[in-house]
Design a protein around this ligand. Structure first.
Ligand code: FES
Length: 211
């Protein structure tokens, strides 16, 4: 049927600062407005979330939303529908304000904010990308590294069958990464970042796609 060719449905995992609720007819909660690294973004809430959502949520709270993203090829319209919304454990949204200055200072400052890239297209998400994303956030938060490291979702890295795919700040690429391996990878590439370049250890070597 033609409608199947007109839309593409993938999964997404998005972080941003809560701006406002979107209310219909004066009382029906429909979704949230988030300030993300890419700009202001409307995220529709799945039915089961609407009923349970706490309307006292303070503006400015950092949230992580996970759900499905629908792209309409005809109109170019993108619709995000959240199946889960939780408090973000890291402040990725700061990227927007600091993205440009980070880019400019990367070469000069060893303390500039590092970025971990995580593929958020459907194949990687189906293979555990969501869990990896959450594990990365949790690990950075646990190690108090959230203010130094940003997690950023990307489009397809063209290595779908070997997903989830992750690229660390030093450009080391990991494939078939699992959430349980995240602590060791953070230890290797982030926690020891000041003296770490790109050397690989044997236990992780089989995960590395390119270095
Ligand atoms: S879907 Fe992740 S690399 Fe293609």
């Amino acid at each position: 049927m033609s409608e199947f060719h007109n839309t593409e449905v993938t999964e997404f995992c998005l972080e941003g600062r809560f701006l406002d609720f979107v209310i219909k007819d004066g009382y029906k909660l429909k979704g949230l407005l988030l300030a993300t690294a890419e700009g202001e973004c409307y995220v529709k809430l799945a039915k089961h979330l609407r009923a349970a959502f706490d309307l006292r949520l303070p503006r400015g709270t950092w949230l992580q939303a996970v759900g499905t993203k629908k792209y309409d090829f005809k109109t170019g319209e993108v619709t995000l529908k959240a199946e889960r919304v939780m408090a973000a454990r890291f402040e990725v949204g700061r990227v927007k304000a600091t993205e440009q200055s980070n880019r400019q200072t990367t070469a000069q400052s060893p303390k500039s904010k590092a970025t971990i890239l995580v593929c958020q297209k459907s194949d990687c998400m189906k293979r555990g990308g969501k869990e990896v994303c959450q594990a990365l956030a949790a690990e950075l938060s646990d190690r108090s590294l959230a203010d130094q490291v940003t997690i950023k979702g990307t489009g397809c890295m063209k290595n779908c069958k070997a997903g989830p795919n992750v690229i660390m700040p030093d450009k080391t690429r990991y494939t078939r990464i699992q959430a349980t391996q995240v602590p060791a990878i953070i230890e290797k590439h982030i926690a020891n970042r000041s003296d770490n370049t790109r050397e690989l250890t044997t236990p992780l070597a089989d995960l590395v796609l390119n270095s």
